[in-house]
Design a protein around this ligand. Structure first.
Ligand SMILES: *Cc1c(COP(=O)(O)O)cnc(C)c1O
Length: 538
């Protein structure tokens, strides 16, 4: 009997009240319910056979015997396997279907990546091994660094940051170190309104005051307003340390005036940070170094596959201009004159890298991501990477043009988009919104797109199909979206109840994000539904 459900059927009620079909077990078809491990395990049981009674070994513990039971669930091996397998089936994954989350670049992760990353010479090594025993791993990092600088036309790259946001911090700390070395204490970082939330957060975390750069009606940076803010007084009169610009931006548009923006910022003595999370759209086509960029993070887990679904590992190397390279963090891999590789740490750096601002990570960076990214780059080659960008842009434009007659597309008149298509909630019936489309997509078997971001568009829906979706796959998604858009325009009340086919109805996502219940508490037995809902939504 299902432990959630000892006394019979329990309805799956959500906020919107829609109810799922009833069964006694709580399972529906092959959609299986699963309780928390503590609820099915039984703390008084033990799933393991011990040779000796636990009491008999207590003398060996020098008085450090627990006073209270450990309170771990006592599952047998088959129960354990089923528990985690059932939970895993409740995930939606890129290996199951499209994941059109705008800005996240949820592309297919080629299996070749996994094969290479699992080679024992990569998978079974330890960061504290003697350097002579991990020369191949260091050479791999060095080779990837070479290709990242070649693809971006930048001077060098800091490999250690562990994600895009970490890379942003690395870039801004390089900029701050460079300005401080020049005795220039600037206080302001300019960020456009359409930016990813990590940009202003990073600038504030690095100790800067954040100011907005206004956008034009066409969704691009307002160059005139930017130059006015920088002032005509030259470097002495300017308080702007850096501008952070995303290109292509989060409206899915290329910033064509990037070079002019960079020239203006440099003339005022500031630096240009580019949020390179959208590099997927331009890899092999545009080199950021040619646009005057000083620092840019590359989300290896976006552009170079291995998408981040469940908070899995990321990697955010930061390419740097010659002006910022001396301030890059430690440690870093360097090829020595005799051809061997070494990891440059504080002791060596004090002599030949004294400007380093410090350290972003304990070791060399995210090795598993490095091997996958290098595999991806080398297996695609120059022509393959260019085609990645071209197909990603083509797919997004196919989605844009296939939906613009049923969904409002605020920048569609400005011409083609880059790798993501942006829609707003304008035109839906009274009381219907972006959320209803997103929830309806779940019933249709799709992960929803990014919603309510970027903030510059009302009820934003940001769709990023990536290059890995086939035309047939896109057509299925478009058909679902057209149906949902029609229902939202017509005000179909059934859509307000969606999702009705998923294990749960609409969850209180704000509560789940703000007050996640991450710790299981024993009695008094609470009604299970709210507890599960909160965890499920976080
Ligand atoms: C994903 C993303 C980031 C943050 O990258 P993480 O690796 O998630 O830290 C920053 N900016 C943009 C535009 C992004 O899409």
């Amino acid at each position: 009997m299902n432990a959630l459900n000892p006394s019979g059927w329990r309805p799956h009620k959500g906020e919107s009240g829609g109810e799922a079909p009833q069964t006694v077990s709580g399972d529906r078809g092959l959609m299986l319910e699963e309780a928390l491990v503590f609820e099915i395990g039984g703390m008084d049981k033990c799933g393991v056979d011990f040779d000796v009674e636990p009491g008999a070994v207590s003398g060996a513990l020098a008085g450090h015997v627990r006073a209270a039971p450990l309170a771990l669930a006592g599952l047998t091996e088959p129960e354990t396997v089923r528990h985690y397998t059932r939970l895993s089936r409740q995930n939606y994954a890129i290996d199951l279907g499209p994941f059109p989350l705008g800005s996240c670049t949820m592309k297919h992760n080629p299996r070749l990546n996994e094969k290479i990353a699992r080679l024992p010479g990569f998978a079974d090594i330890h960061p504290l091994q003697p350097q002579s025993t991990v020369q191949g791993a260091y050479a791999t990092i060095h080779e990837l660094a070479h290709w990242l600088t070649a693809l971006t036309a930048m001077h060098s790259v800091a490999m250690t940051p562990k994600a895009g946001a970490h890379g942003e911090l690395c870039g801004l700390l390089c900029i701050r170190a460079a300005l401080e070395a020049a005795g220039d204490a600037r206080e302001v970082v300019l960020v456009p309104e359409s930016a990813h939330g990590t940009n202003p957060a990073t600038a504030a975390f690095a100790g800067y005051r954040v100011e907005n750069i206004p956008a034009t009606a066409a969704g691009r940076v307002d160059l005139a307003a930017l130059t006015a803010r920088l002032g005509a007084g030259g470097p002495e009169k300017c308080d702007v340390a850096a501008v952070m610009i995303t290109n292509p931006n989060t409206c899915g548009l290329f910033e064509p005036e990037m070079k002019a923006i960079a020239d203006a910022v440099h003339a005022a003595g500031g630096f240009v940070y580019c949020d390179g999370a959208n590099f997927n759209a331009i890899v092999g086509k545009v080199r950021p170094g040619d646009l005057g960029i000083d620092a840019m993070h590359i989300n290896l887990h976006k552009t170079f596959s291995t998408p981040h679904g469940g908070g899995g590992p990321g990697s955010g190397p930061v390419v740097l201009s010659a002006a910022l390279a001396p301030f890059a963090p430690l440690p870093f891999v360097e090829r020595q004159a005799d051809g061997t590789m070494r990891l440059v740490e504080e002791e060596e750096a004090a002599i030949d890298h004294p400007g380093s601002f410090g350290r972003m990570a304990a070791f060399h960076g995210q090795m598993g991501m490095f091997t996958r990214a290098l595999t991806y780059i080398l297996s695609h080659g120059a022509d393959g990477l260019r085609q990645v960008a071209e197909d990603a842009v083509l797919n997004a434009n196919y989605v844009l043009r296939s939906l613009e007659d049923v969904l409002d597309a605020p920048f569609a008149d400005a011409g083609p988009c880059m790798h993501e298509a942006l829609f707003s909630d304008t035109g839906m019936a009274e009381g219907f919104s972006t959320l209803d489309i997103a929830k309806g997509l779940i019933d249709e078997g799709f992960h929803p797109m990014t919603v309510y971001f970027p903030l510059v568009v009302h009820g934003a829906m940001l769709v990023e199909p990536t290059e890995t979706e086939s035309k047939a796959g896109l057509d299925r998604f478009i058909a679902a979206m057209r149906s949902l858009a029609g229902r939202a325009r017509a005000g179909d009340p059934a859509l307000k109840a969606a999702p009705v086919l998923a294990p749960r109805r609409r969850l209180d996502e704000t509560l789940a994000a703000r007050k996640p219940v991450l710790t299981w508490r024993a009695a008094p037995a609470p009604p299970m539904e709210p507890v599960l809902s909160e965890i499920g939504g976080s």
